[in-house]
Write a protein that binds this ligand. Structure first.
Ligand SMILES: [Zn+2]
Ligand SMILES: [Zn+2]
Length: 262
């Protein structure tokens, strides 16, 4: 009887899959697999829970972050968010109060460029992104052409010398490292995206650079959709935008208010 049952299973490839856990919420296997990868990648830390590897805990963290009902069960609203292009940095940082730069002048260098925009325009946009932050905090940014710099920006594809390979068009757009030596402060942009100056189809480089430089200065992600530090790309198709009050408050909490220092 038992043997007959086994053979029946063998004849039906694909039917051997284990039933999905309740957290999968009736989604299919493919969706559940993608959701697990996403949760492990963007919700790797949890200081409050002892069960850091539980997918249910991670799913609840994500639902809380995005202001959804905290059920611990996957649903289509979460899957829609998971499919948006986004920043590669986790939404919950390892240390809520991250490091910051301690000198008043921070240097940067653009080590490689994209072919999507003229070089001078990349320089202009990066300078503008720094100024978004620089005009509200007592830090000055100075571009250097070669050698060592605090923040090194570059465009790269696929595996590019750090543990976080890029993934082709869509999904992860860029990532950056919190302030520190070596890779610390550096910002990398996936050159498999189409970068724009805010016009036409593609990813707005000013918006993305401002977001990544927020990390380079020490900011984590914000769950306020108006914040430039919101983790998913909001298809900000404009040549100009402003920091939200949330962004200004967060960066001034780290570095102080410019009016008191200058
Ligand atoms: Zn980010
Ligand atoms: Zn990188």
């Amino acid at each position: 009887m038992w043997l007959t049952f086994l053979c029946a299973v063998c004849l039906l490839p694909g039917s051997l899959a284990l039933p999905l856990p309740k957290e999968a919420g009736g989604m299919n296997e493919e969706q559940w697999k993608q959701a697990q990868d996403y949760l492990k990648r963007f919700y790797p830390y949890d200081s409050k829970s002892k069960d850091m590897n539980s997918l249910e805990v991670k799913l609840k963290m994500m639902q809380k972050f995005f202001g959804l009902p905290v059920t611990g069960i996957l649903n289509s609203r979460i899957i829609i968010i998971m499919r948006r292009p986004r920043c590669g940095i986790p939404d919950v940082p390892e240390n809520p109060q991250g490091p910051k730069w301690t000198s008043s002048v921070v240097t940067y260098r653009i080590a490689s460029y994209t072919r999507d925009l003229p070089r001078f325009q990349v320089d202009q946009i990066v300078a503008k992104a720094f100024q978004m932050w620089g005009k509200v905090i007592p830090l000055n940014f100075r571009k250097v052409e070669r050698g060592i710099a605090d923040i090194i920006l570059r465009f790269a594809v696929g595996v590019h010398g750090d543990p976080y390979p890029f993934d082709g068009p869509g999904n992860t757009l860029a990532h950056a490292f919190f302030p520190g030596p070596g890779l610390g402060g550096d910002a990398h942009f996936d050159d498999d995206e189409t970068w724009t100056d805010g016009r036409g189809r593609g990813i707005n480089f000013l918006y993305t650079a401002t977001h990544e430089l927020g990390h380079s200065l020490g900011l984590p992600h914000s769950s306020n959709p108006k914040s430039v530090m919101y983790p998913t790309y909001m298809n900000e198709n404009s040549e100009d935008f402003q920091l939200s009050w949330d962004d200004i408050r967060s960066i001034q909490k780290l570095y102080g208010n410019i009016y008191y220092f200058k």
